[in-house]
Design a protein around this ligand. Structure first.
Ligand SMILES: Nc1ncnc2c1ncn2[C@@H]1O[C@H](COP(=O)(O)OP(=O)(O)O)[C@@H](O)[C@H]1O
Ligand SMILES: N[C@@H](CCOP(=O)(O)O)C(=O)O
Length: 394
């Protein structure tokens, strides 16, 4: 008897593993059984979300790349008759990121469960189902420009969708993410996977007002486990959109991660309100080339290096990242074989170097430059994560 496994999409956001016998088809379990038993007693849903590197040089707030470092959220719902847990939810957290910050285990404070509660409350579910256990395994360093917060926001909407059995599409979940994260590049990459270009729709005036609601109203301050009964503001429909680009299979991503934090909010505060026409045109010219440059095989180092230049965010962020100026100047395909291009990852301080070979050598040279400023680093060799956010059932 030949048995093979088949992964099939469940609504847009989940994935079920079926056992298929080749002579008689699907034998276990049936779709109906699975829909009924999702996140019910003793079944664990595993939500996996890739981290992201946003901007890739000139694509500030537009371009994102999902990378092969995944946040995992393991969820079980006990279906006990009553619960002593605040908002019916218990959180455990496994830190694989070596971050100093302690992540809160209070479901009203923790970013993932707070976002899940936002989604649930928009759908008239005031708390988690009784009793929800959420185990978070996080290898993504916090505040380093690898999209940890965007990944956590995506985890939150996936979690709310799952335990609330809301059945929302990923496209609609992106709207909810944008009420919190507000720039689409990193959340769209984590949600949909791959190398993406993103944009926001021009909204009607009444919808603009809804989207610009302060974050404190979308994610209200903790109320000590008490349900205030306030219904949070729902996002307008179809705020954000994305388009996937090709990625040449030879290109790998080296993330050099310094051991200090640059909160994204601080890295956005150093940016100017307006730009010269020359700088805007400079970025537009390169951003237009970037998808073709990174999607062509074999990769052309000169074209990629040029297409990754930026004048909109990196020059201003140099003040927050010692050594950035020098690294962006001396690391070129002419001085470093194997290197294709280099940029700040997201809001920094991580450096993203795209390369086809000599990964250790490239990482060592960048690490030495940081070391001359007394900054130590870890580095990781990553690949695009094409799947985006997934749910599987154990
Ligand atoms: N897995 C997580 N669980 C809870 N909170 C998280 C998680 N990941 C990130 N965060 C929150 O997001 C903050 C980092 O966000 P941000 O400054 O945007 O940096 P990054 O570039 O890593 O996204 C952290 O300080 C933490 O408060
Ligand atoms: N486009 C944003 C991206 C922020 O990404 P993160 O990984 O630093 O959260 C920006 O550059 O501010």
């Amino acid at each position: 008897m030949l048995i093979r496994t088949l992964k099939a999409p469940l609504s847009d956001v989940g994935q079920i593993i079926f056992l298929v016998r080749q002579d008689i088809g699907v034998i276990s379990p049936t779709i109906a059984e699975l829909l009924d038993s999702r996140t019910s007693a003793n079944m664990t849903s595993v939500i996996k979300i890739p981290c992201s590197s946003a901007n890739i040089g000139p694509g500030f707030d537009v371009i994102g790349l999902a990378l092969s470092l995944h946040l995992e959220v393991h969820v079980t719902v006990e279906n006990k008759p009553s619960s002593q847990l605040p908002l019916n939810c218990a959180i455990t957290y496994e830190d694989q990121s070596k971050s100093v910050e302690k992540i809160s285990l209070d479901p009203e404070v923790n970013l993932i469960t707070r976002v899940a509660l936002y989604l649930l409350r928009c759908h008239n579910q005031r708390a988690f189902p009784v009793e929800t256990n959420v185990h978070i395994i996080n290898p993504i360093p916090l505040g380093r420009g690898l999209g940890s917060s965007g990944t956590a926001v995506v985890a939150g909407v996936m979690l709310g969708n799952e335990v609330g059995k809301l059945g929302l599409s990923k496209e609609r979940l992106l709207d909810y993410c944008l009420m919190i994260e507000r720039h689409p590049d990193n959340v769209a990459a984590s949600l949909f996977g791959g190398f993406v270009g993103t944009y926001l729709n021009e909204l009607k005036p009444e919808d603009v007002a809804r989207k610009e609601i302060p974050l404190s109203e979308v994610l209200p301050a903790p109320a000590g486990g008490v349900d205030t009964g306030i219904r949070p503001p729902e996002p307008p429909m179809a705020i954000g959109h994305y388009r996937k680009f090709n990625w040449a299979p030879e290109i790998k991503a080296i993330a050099i991660i310094p051991d200090f934090v640059v909160p994204t909010a601080n890295a956005r505060n150093v940016l100017p309100e307006s730009y010269s026409r020359a700088d805007v045109v400079f970025n537009l010219q390169r951003a237009a080339l970037l998808p073709a440059a990174l999607g062509s095989s074999p990769p052309d180092p000169e074209m990629i290096f040029l297409a990754m230049q930026d004048k909109v965010h990196q020059p201003y962020r140099k003040t927050l990242i010692p050594g950035l100026t020098e690294i962006l100047q001396f690391m070129t395909p002419a001085t470093q074989p194997g290197l294709l291009g280099i940029c700040l990852s997201g809001a920094g301080p991580t450096i993203l170097a795209l390369a086809t070979e000599r990964f250790d050598e490239i990482a060592d040279r960048i690490i030495s430059q940081f070391a001359s400023n007394n900054i130590s680093c870890q580095w990781k060799l990553l690949e695009p994560a094409q799947d985006g956010a997934t749910v599987t059932y154990n």
